[in-house]
Design a binder for this molecule. Structure first.
Ligand SMILES: [Zn+2]
Ligand SMILES: [Zn+2]
Ligand SMILES: [Zn+2]
Ligand SMILES: [Zn+2]
Ligand SMILES: [Zn+2]
Ligand SMILES: [Zn+2]
Ligand SMILES: [Zn+2]
Length: 1762
């Protein structure tokens, strides 16, 4: 109602303008224009006139358009008037109203390439039915068995299509009447007037779009549009094609247009994206010249010239606008179903006068000629109109089918991807069940498709009208597959209701399909090559690929045919006829006669080894399939009504499949080895799971058909004849040619095997009485008999049906149990014991190797269980009636003859025409025969059982030759020692003979007398008793075994543990000493000593003679400071593992950075790790040089960077880049009495001035001397004269340690490496920062290891890995030695700067404030540098043990106090801490201390924090520091730590730490003890203006304990991540092209990977977004998750990386790289944790190196572009 009122008002306004009678060109407002149009009789003309005037104007600047302005003028001058015209009122208001009313029933979201789609295995009609991400997340299928896939683009979301889903067709937002669409809105259809306007408007719009799109004239426009004076402006337009690479196009453009690279690139990118682009504007002549230039240049680089056209500017403009109008139309249609219908009607209307097809068909037919961009928009137009309205979808489909042939042919000769071809729409229509049915009934679409195939394939037909794909083009044939695929789509849902018409049309289609099969039956024939090897392997892939494509289509055809009996019989008749037609040549060939033991067969003469043969027999196999269905329906009896007996000719039917099987046998017997690999591959695929259902399996069935319908003796004679073995069984053979004998033996084996299959394989519904589930179950059982398998491997070995399902999940739990995976590997299924009884050694889908593996495993298993080793066949299921006669093969004369002959030969010492394998098969056949007889006897009375294996086998032969019966032969075979392995089987058979005999007798007895049955029963009771006894024994054996197994597994575990350790251990394993140190430490003898590391009470260093073995020369050597150096392989790396400030920009250029002080955020540290492997320095140098040499000779591999000293550890292949010299610890012991005495003299109050005096003394000395003044100034008042330059020496000195030159050399080398890598600078042995880098890596490495131990909840000392232990030890001792390789003045200079942090009396202009440094780094530096104060020009001295212990104690106490202040100043008052005793001593001290401090800090810190809170915060905050200090002093001094630090990780640790480090447990007592000395320090620390500044910027301050880094949180459900990725937009580009979002697991950033748009330049090299991100996020090392692929990648530097299993597993415990399987994935927390540890252990580089070492071959990925 509302709408019509406003309409009237609009009319009135329009009326007003009308009276003005102005020309439409002058009409200013859209509204006026719309009403002017409204008054025209012919809207079309007015509309075109308007466009003709405006469009060329708007699109004038084609080469360099102002897109925004262009869009604005289109909107105001064209679209808005059109919308006014349509609605008659303000379109904005109207569209807003319509927004909800036209709500789609269908989602219809069109997928872009790379988008994730979801299907539901429970509910989707077929796997082509998919949902978009949003619909899926809002649907019920989220909780079903869904599949995720990556779209290749072009499809669309099926949400809302009730035909696509069995249940849950709507998501929440597309449900009719769902949220957002109120009922009122729903019932608001368009009013009549708008509809009427639409009917006028849409036809003109669509006509314009179509006509401009298919416009072919280059220079002229349609006359209606030619109203302007024609200008002379042309464009040279370049089109995209698939022949030319990016670089070709750029090259051609640069040459032809003489333009810059950037411009050519710009054009090329646009062409690649849009499909065409104007590259030059100008006169026709100029453009033409450019065109010819481009063509000729492009012809130079590849055979095809580029496609270039010269277009008039107005043509170009209108074509552009037509597409824009299309998008507008899309938008309008999204508002209303009425609009869509009107649009579709307009598209379908055929012009009565013209021959032309309707508009939409013209568009379709033009598709292949269009460029990419145009196609995309037009396809979207089809999606948003026809495909959203079911009724019109049908009309569209009919048009599509009408032109199907032509469309496909054009697609096949087109060179664009299928995803942008209109033919790709077929899946949207053909898979809709009702549509498919309609198309079959009305248009016989099956015939249309098959005829299309027949028309596009003739180029592959040979003169016999068979296909031959030699020299085929892969691309072209690939396009043909698309047509084959359409057949699959049409057939994918079987009709439930058959109309007469459907039946008729389907049959027509089937017949037409048979024509294709006829061309395949017998195609690509081959002949055995004798003499010479074939020269070229023929192409075989194409034919096999077609077989693969056809497999499910053939099966579906058979199933459709089997929908009803009548149809099936007719189809059978047709197929039979076709087979016969293909067999005429065979029937006319000459005849031959075979005779054996009284039976004769007359057959055609044919030899597989001489005549032509083909492996492709789709007709025969289809017939076999139909026959099985016939048997299943019980309709075989009616067959003769359709195929008369005399026409049936079963020998002809059997012939070709039999030949194939013989071919396989001959290939196995190596008779065809001169025919090359192509034949081997064909035979492989013939039996492979991808093809076998419609090849090998059907051939076996055909032989079963033959066996069921032919006389068994004749059948066997035929088989013998075709295997070319009749001769071999005639006993006339006597050859000494070993090759020939082997060949015969193989052929006999192969034949016996096939006979076993014919008789024993009944697991096909219709052949035997089995269900599909039973079939699948049996396949799985046999796979698992080989060993436990993961889900994906089982699925790989099972055939997939048309819905890509294997039926695995439905049955697997019946036969197997699932074993969950550990932290690595995958979950596996293990066969249940009760399923073992179904194991058949001669399972026909086993390959040779599977067969022998399974046999081996099963025999072993039985042996372990103390069972006999016989593996008789399991009782097979019953044959269906139509196949029941197959068993007669078993007891026929020829079979008996064959078996007997084999046994006799085995007993004959002179015969070598037998093998053990052959015997095994003969036994198997015997067993099958006896089982069959037993089963029959158990079911029916004896006289009815005609099957008589027993008697025939026990009958004596007539001639002297076979005077023994089979039983007797068996007894003899049992005695042959070589056949020991078969003994159990023979016994089993003989027992079976007994059983059958008894059954025969029993039934006789039943008939004779009832008393007889008693004995049988007794017999049975005895039998049962035996059974019970056996069972008991077996049970006992099982228990025993279990016990042994438990022990074994315990042992194994131990073994694995030690093995694992061995890896870390190999040093100590070889030396045998290292471990003993650790052990020694815990022996009681040592525990008597003090376990205090610092001060007068310090315990002794525990040292031990170290004899190590070099992993390179295997020689032992004792480590001594005067010996030649031994070294540990090591790797130095930058690390952000501890950062409190992830992604902090690396502001340093290594040139200027001063690494003396570490920022408290530990943003970038230098970590030194070692794999713990020891070498002689000399050996290592030789090794390194050798590696260098060998790499210079080899092709360059980016495995490691030799120039920066990288190499792989010779033993464990870890990546290393340096070595740590191993220096023994210098034992220090102090006399505690002396030390205590010294305590009186050397208090902290005296120590400080003594140190300062020394420093000041140096200062004066240097000031006088040659060196420039050290920047140290003293505070006035500290210069107490009692402390003079030499005081420090009076507390005890000794001479410095003298290291061997070899050790010194290694120390310098290692120190230089740390410096080089830590600062990323070229090596410089003289750089003053070398010692500071040494201290820095010591401190950081300890912090990293402490952090890791804490993270894992491990004790500080007991849990260190050997490699960590050895690494730390070597590192600390190295650090001591490093000092002596530097000028002491330099060390002093550093020391003074370090001390100035805690001793503010020392003035150094660049001392950072207390809050902006890490104090542990200061501690390590100060302790290591301190001995430099003892240096003198003349004598090289160092402090004595006693002096050292005081120096350490005071340095540590001072720095600890500073750290306490640091912690309290940055205290976080908002933590939920557990309150401890309010009134403890510590709490009180804390309160009073803070009160004191707050005086100096001028209130920057609140005094109101409760004491207990302060204390707890302090304790928590300082613990990591104390732990680091304990590690440091332990490895520095070798003092044994208290026992508790080896075991406890949390409780009680604190007090033990304090005792080891000579600290009071109430740390505040430190301040009390030293109050007079410390108070001035405290005041100065607090008074530092920089510190106050830091405190004011409270947020940026680092708090203690520092937070522990972990990898970002990942969602449990992987689809959530995919969801995130789908919303990802590249920050650099605006297009909607596919992106590769990659997630940084360190910081959570999502990056646009492997894309030019986000490349960055680093040092002049282009690197991808990820590599660039890694540089600052992880100092070059990073862990990423490629979201679309569900792959983790580790990267290092610019060129290295490796894949790592993602922490997401499906329900079967498997990862899914590339989402190939698409199962739902969930986060495995254990695996994610493992990844976290890889990071925190600094093992990323190691993982990469190791993976590269193992995958060297596959190493092709350009990591730099990541
Ligand atoms: Zn959707
Ligand atoms: Zn939906
Ligand atoms: Zn579902
Ligand atoms: Zn050596
Ligand atoms: Zn190693
Ligand atoms: Zn990051
Ligand atoms: Zn990007």
């Amino acid at each position: 109602m509302q709408a019509s009122v406003s309409r009237k008002m609009a009319d009135e306004e329009a009326g007003a303008t009308e009276r003005m009678e102005v020309s439409p060109d002058l009409l200013q407002t859209p509204q006026q224009l719309a009403s002017w149009w409204d008054q025209q009789v012919d809207f079309d003309t007015a509309f075109l006139h308007h466009l003709a005037q405006l469009v060329p104007e708007i699109y004038l600047a084609e080469m360099d358009p102002d897109l925004e302005k262009q869009e604005e003028s289109i909107q105001t001058s064209i679209f808005t008037p059109l919308e006014w015209y349509l609605f008659g009122e303000d379109p904005d208001i109207c569209l807003e109203k319509l927004k909800h009313s036209g709500a789609f029933q269908l989602c219809g979201k069109v997928f872009k390439s790379g988008e994730t789609t979801y299907s539901c295995r429970d509910c989707a009609i077929d796997p082509t039915c998919v949902l978009c991400m949003d619909c899926f997340q809002n649907s019920v299928h989220k909780n079903h068995r869904y599949k995720m896939h990556t779209s290749s683009g072009g499809g669309f979301c099926d949400c809302g299509d009730t035909e696509a889903w069995k249940t849950g067709p709507f998501c929440v937002s597309h449900e009719p009447g769902a949220a957002g669409t109120t009922k009122e809105n729903l019932r608001c259809p368009l009013n009549e007037e708008v509809i009427a306007q639409a009917r006028k408007l849409f036809p003109s719009v669509i006509k314009y779009i179509v006509e401009m799109t298919i416009w072919e004239e280059e220079k002229e426009l349609p006359s209606e549009l030619q109203i302007r004076e024609k200008n002379e402006r042309y464009y040279c337009v370049l089109f995209n094609d698939e022949h030319h690479s990016y670089d070709h196009v750029i090259y051609s453009l640069q040459r032809a247009l003489d333009c810059e690279l950037a411009e050519a690139q710009l054009h090329t990118t646009a062409i690649d994206k849009e499909g065409r682009r104007a590259v030059k504007a100008g006169t026709f002549a100029a453009c033409h010249e450019a065109k010819e230039d481009i063509k000729s240049h492009s012809e130079n680089v590849s055979q095809h010239p580029l496609h270039v056209e010269v277009l008039h500017s107005e043509v170009m403009a209108h074509q552009k606008f037509a597409l824009r109008l299309g998008s507008w139309m899309n938008k309008i249609m999204s508002y209303s179903s009425d609009f869509r219908q009107i649009f579709c009607q307009a598209c379908l209307r055929e012009e009565p006068s013209s021959e032309n097809p309707c508009l939409i068909s013209r568009l379709m037919l033009w598709d292949a000629k269009l460029y990419k961009g145009a196609r995309k928009i037009l396809h979207e137009l089809i999606f948003s109109s026809f495909f959203m309205e079911m009724e019109y979808k049908k009309f569209f489909a009919m048009e599509f089918v009408k032109y199907y042939k032509q469309l496909q042919k054009e697609y096949i000769s087109d060179d664009h991807d299928r995803s942008i071809s209109v033919t790709a729409l077929s899946v949207q229509m053909f898979t809709v069940p009702t549509l498919a049915r309609h198309l079959i009934e009305e248009q016989n679409v099956i015939s249309v498709i098959t005829e299309t195939l027949l028309e596009v394939l003739p180029e592959y037909l040979d003169r016999n009208n068979k296909f031959n794909f030699q020299g085929y083009s892969q691309d072209k044939l690939g396009r043909v597959y698309a047509v084959i695929c359409d057949l699959k789509y049409i057939l994918i849902s079987k009709p439930t209701v058959w109309t007469e018409r459907l039946r008729m049309q389907f049959l027509k289609g089937f017949q037409s399909f048979l024509k294709i099969l006829t061309c395949m039956q017998g195609m690509e024939e081959i002949r055995r090559q004798v003499g010479q090897h074939i020269e070229v392997d023929p192409d075989w892939e194409a034919a096999i690929a077609i077989q693969m494509q056809l497999k499910n289509i053939l099966l579906m055809f058979q199933e459709w045919c089997a929908c009803d009996e009548e149809l099936l019989l007719v189809a059978y008749k047709e197929c039979h006829k076709a087979v016969m037609r293909c067999s005429t040549s065979f029937m006319s060939s000459s005849k031959t006669v075979v005779q054996l033991c009284g039976h004769t067969l007359e057959t055609k003469s044919y030899r597989v080894s001489e005549d032509l043969i083909s492996i492709h027999l789709p007709l025969s196999r289809t017939l076999a399939g139909l026959h099985v269905h016939l048997s299943r329906l019980g309709a075989v009896a009616r067959l003769h009504e359709f195929v008369p007996f005399e026409d049936f000719q079963v020998e002809v039917l059997v012939e070709y499949p039999l030949r194939c099987l013989v071919l396989v046998a001959q290939v196995v017997a190596e008779m065809w080895r001169r025919n090359g690999l192509s034949l081997i591959s064909q035979v492989y695929y013939y039996q492979d799971v991808k093809c076998r259902e419609e090849m090998y399996d059907k051939d076996i069935i055909m032989l079963q058909i033959g066996a069921s319908l032919m006389d068994p003796n004749k059948f066997l004679l035929l088989v013998l004849q075709r295997y070319e073995l009749a001769h071999a069984f005639n006993k006339t053979i006597s050859t000494k040619d070993q090759d020939l004998i082997t060949q015969y033996n193989t052929l006999i084996e192969e034949m016996l095997q096939v006979l076993i299959y014919i008789v024993g394989e009944r697991y096909v519904p219709g052949v035997g009485n089995v269900t599909k589930e039973e079939v699948t179950m049996r396949e799985i059982i046999h796979l698992l008999c080989i060993g436990p398998m993961p889900h994906s491997a089982i699925a790989k070995y099972l055939p997939e049906n048309e819905n890509n399902e294997t039926g695995l999940e439905n049955v697997i739990n019946k036969v197997a149990t699932f074993k969950k995976p550990g932290v690595s590997g995958h979950g596996v299924y293990e066969l249940k014991d009760e399923s073992l009884k179904d194991f058949n050694m001669y399972f026909y889908h086993y390959s040779k190797s599977q067969h022998s593996k399974a046999e081996h495993i099963q025999k072993k298993k039985r042996k372990q269980e103390n069972k006999d080793e016989a593996l008789p066949p399991p009782p097979p299921p019953e044959f269906c009636p139509a196949f029941s006669k197959v068993v007669n093969l078993l007891d026929c004369d020829i079979m008996m003859y064959i078996l007997r002959t084999i046994f006799e030969r085995a007993l004959d010492k002179d015969s070598n025409l037998w093998t053990e394998r052959m015997l095994q098969m003969a036994f198997h056949i015997l067993a099958l025969g006896l089982l069959e007889e037993k089963q029959q006897l158990q079911k029916a009375p004896e006289e009815e059982v005609t099957f008589d294996f027993y008697h025939k086998a026990s009958r004596l032969g007539s001639s002297a030759m076979n005077a023994q019966n089979i039983q007797m032969l068996l007894e003899k075979l049992k005695g042959i020692p070589q056949l020991e392995g078969q003994k159990d089987m023979i016994t089993w058979i003989l027992q079976m003979f007994d059983t059958v005999k008894r059954l025969r007798e029993k039934s006789c007895l039943i008939v004779a007398a009832s008393s007889g049955s008693e004995s049988i029963k007794n017999d049975e009771i005895i039998h049962d008793k035996e059974k019970a006894e056996r069972k008991r024994k077996a049970e006992a054996a099982r228990l025993h075994r279990q016990k042994i197994m438990a022990q074994m597994s315990a042992l194994q575990k131990n073994f694995i543990e030690t093995h694992k350790l061995m890896y870390d251990n190999s040093v100590s394993e070889m030396s045998g000493k290292e471990d003993s140190i650790m052990e020694e430490e815990s022996t009681p003898a040592v525990s008597d000593y003090s376990r205090i590391a610092l001060g007068p009470k310090r315990g002794p260093s525990v040292t031990e003679k170290e004899v190590l073995t070099c992993i390179l020369c295997q020689e032992e050597q004792e480590v001594k400071i005067e010996n030649n150096a031994m070294v540990l392989s090591a790797c130095v790396q930058k690390s952000t593992a501890l950062t409190q400030h992830r992604g902090k920009p690396i502001e340093f250029s290594g040139e200027s950075l001063d690494p003396l002080f570490m920022d408290p955020d530990l943003a970038y540290g230098t970590y030194t790790g070692s794999c713990g492997h020891v070498m002689h320095a000399v050996c290592w140098q030789k090794y390194f040089e050798a590696v260098q040499l060998s790499f210079q000779q080899r092709i360059h591999v980016d495995l490691f960077d030799l120039e920066s000293g990288e190499y792989l550890c010779p033993l464990c292949k870890s990546l290393c880049n340096t070595v740590i010299p191993i220096i023994p610890l210098q034992p220090q012991t102090i006399n505690s009495e002396n030390a205590e005495a010294l305590a009186q003299l050397l208090t902290l109050a005296r120590w400080i001035p003594t140190v300062l005096a020394r420093i000041s003394g140096y200062n004066i000395k240097h000031a006088k001397g040659e060196n420039p003044a050290i920047p140290v100034l003293f505070d006035q008042g500290m210069g107490d004269s009692t402390f003079e330059f030499h005081s420090i020496l009076s507390y005890g000195v000794e001479s410095s340690i003298k290291y061997s030159n070899s050790i010194k050399e290694m120390v310098i080398l290692f120190a230089t490496t740390i410096y080089r890598i830590g600062l990323k600078v070229p090596p410089d042995e003289m750089d003053p920062r070398i010692p500071t880098m040494t201290w820095s890596t010591c401190a950081f490495t300890i912090q990293a290891i402490e952090n890791l131990l804490g993270d894992e909840g491990k004790p500080l000392f007991g849990a260190l890995q050997n490699r960590q232990h050895n690494g730390l030890k070597a590192l600390m001792q190295f650090a001591i030695a490093q000092r002596s390789t530097c000028p002491q003045v330099l060390i002093q200079k550093h020391l003074i700067r370090l001390l100035s942090v805690v001793l503010p009396n020392l003035k150094s202009e660049d001392t950072p404030c207390l809050l902006s440094i890490d104090l542990f780094h200061v501690l390590v530096g100060a302790v290591l540098a301190f001995p430099s104060l003892y240096w003198d020009d003349t004598v090289d001295l160092q402090p004595s043990s006693v002096s050292s212990s005081y120096n350490h104690l005071y340095l540590f106490h001072l720095i600890t106090m500073a750290h306490m202040l640091q912690i309290l100043l940055t205290i976080d008052t908002g933590l939920p801490l557990v309150q401890v005793q309010e009134d403890s001593e510590e709490a009180r001290s804390a309160s009073s201390f803070l009160a004191e401090v707050s005086q100096y800090i001028s209130g920057c810190i609140g005094c109101d924090i409760p004491g207990w809170y302060l204390w707890v915060s302090l304790k928590n905050g300082i613990t990591p520091y104390l732990r680091c200090a304990a590690l440091f002093f332990h490895y520095l001094l070798g003092v044994t730590p208290p026992e508790d630090l080896f075991t406890n990780s949390a409780e009680g640790e604190y007090s033990v730490l304090c005792s080891y480090l000579s600290l009071p447990t109430n740390l505040f007592l430190l301040f009390q003890e030293y109050w007079h000395t410390v108070k001035p320090l405290l005041q100065r620390w607090c008074a530092d203006p920089a510190l106050l500044n830091c405190l004011k910027q409270n947020s940026a301050v680092v708090r203690y304990p520092r937070k522990r880094n972990r990898l970002i949180e990942l969602p449990d459900d992987y689809s959530c991540l995919l969801n995130q990725a789908s919303h990802f937009r590249c920050p650099r580009s605006t297009d909607d092209e596919r992106k590769n979002p990659v997630l940084c697991l360190f910081c959570g950033a999502i990056l646009c990977s492997q894309n030019i748009c986000c490349q960055e330049t680093v040092n002049g090299e282009e690197v991808g977004a990820c590599i660039f991100h890694a540089l600052h996020c992880g100092a070059g090392v990073c862990i990423f998750l490629k979201i679309r692929e569900c792959r983790v990648v580790l990267v290092e530097g610019k060129a290295r990386g490796c894949a790592y299993p993602a922490p997401y597993l499906d329900e079967y415990g498997e990862t899914d790289p590339g989402l190939k399987r698409g199962n739902p994935l969930r986060l495995s927390h254990e695996r994610y944790r493992k990844l976290h540890l890889v990071w925190q252990q600094h093992c990323i580089i190691e993982e990469i190196a190791r993976s590269q070492e193992t995958n060297q071959m596959l190493f092709g990925f350009n990591w730099q572009s990541l």
